[in-house]
Design a binder for this molecule. Sequence first.
Ligand code: SUG
Length: 446
Amino acid sequence: MQASEANFDGLVGPTHNYAGLSFGNVASQNNEKSVANPRAAAKQGLRKMKQLADLGFHQGVLPPQERPSMRLLRELGFSGDEATVIAKVARDAPELLAAASSASAMWTANAATVSPSADTHDGRVHFTPANLTSKLHRAIEHEATRRTLRTIFADPARFEVHEALPGTPALGDEGAANHTRFCAEYGARGVEFFVYGKSEYRRGPEPKRYPARQTFEASRAVAQRHGLAEDATVYAQQTPDVIDAGVFHNDVIAVGNRQTLFCHELAFVGRTSVYDELRGKLAKLNAQFDVIEVRDAEVSVADAVSSYLFNSQLLTRPDGRQVLVVPQECRENPRVAMYLEDVKSGSGPIDDVLVFDLRESMKNGGGPACLRLRVVLNETERAAVAPGVWIDDALFGKLDAWIEKHYRDRLAPGDLTDPKLLEESRTALDELTQILRLGSLYDFQR
Ligand code: SUG
């Protein structure tokens, strides 16, 4: 059946800030305690959604989560009314207030792993929200993520939104940031590609400096739940050294779309056998496989990490041409800029490059690909999606005005202690559920 890819970007939440919460994510660590601009962050993300929608891509939006998370703070033993809880945690455990306040749900590539209906055992689209166990501020996302996905993809005849995997290190799951799907056409059966950082039980090389967030066991469990065929599933391990260089998710070093894998030569352990397996399994589905491999001599891993060249979106335009959506930082790195000039003028599978200013998100290690969750949908599935989340001129206008009205243009770590921030966020989110026509989504609305 005819299908196409839709991208659901996370709307940046009102508490966007730089708390240095992600050990192993170089940008997050380097920008710790700098002053954020939530309004600019949200507008930068919204502008990307709008421009891609204008180019004819199916573009949806996922709402932010309620932050600070009073639920987490109460679970951690802080009691009293809300202002008292915030005052106590600010005084006794500011790191927990920072974790409870992060707007990290904006990076929806980590919201879930999604398998299109053409690949699954029961012909439904399957979603597994990521447990994100590796970081406290992210491990608190999956319950609300599940509720949001169930609200937007509500029809049980077409969509299955699973529970997250059990939250334990052996099953660390970071969602679609470590997952890619290859296919001839979006609606045809495809090969799903799962990339993990380490295995809990099969001994092998592991990173030494930074944590590997995704395990093989988690990837395999997701594939099994989604009912993917073994002959259409490929697993690969990230090179431990690249994790140690700051590649905390595979989407910092590789991106795939349809028959193309664009990656750095050091991305995977045993890369030639990984490519051969992908090529072989795709050939059985009458699909081709092209690898655009960037050599370390052209763009080093350090350049890839600072520019986010591979954290790009590789999209098939309605006219069939492929475009690469990159952050502005790629233009500012001379080697990456030169590489992209060659891509544009060459005759390879990438025809054009689009550049976006996502500076606020980038300073926390979130580029274009982090901000979006890909969902391949056929026409009937697309018609079953909650209608209020598709970006068009009208929704763009409403969201832009909503951001302008509710968001601060300055948020320093010290501002997280301000109890007014919770109130402001709730007022904003309450209005947002009306704009997106999502009903009562948040705990505070129930
Ligand atoms: O999980 N940063 C996120 C960035 C996620 C990027 N996503 C993908 N690569 N798909 C993370 O490390 C930083 C928050 C802070 O430090 O305030 C943060 O959570």
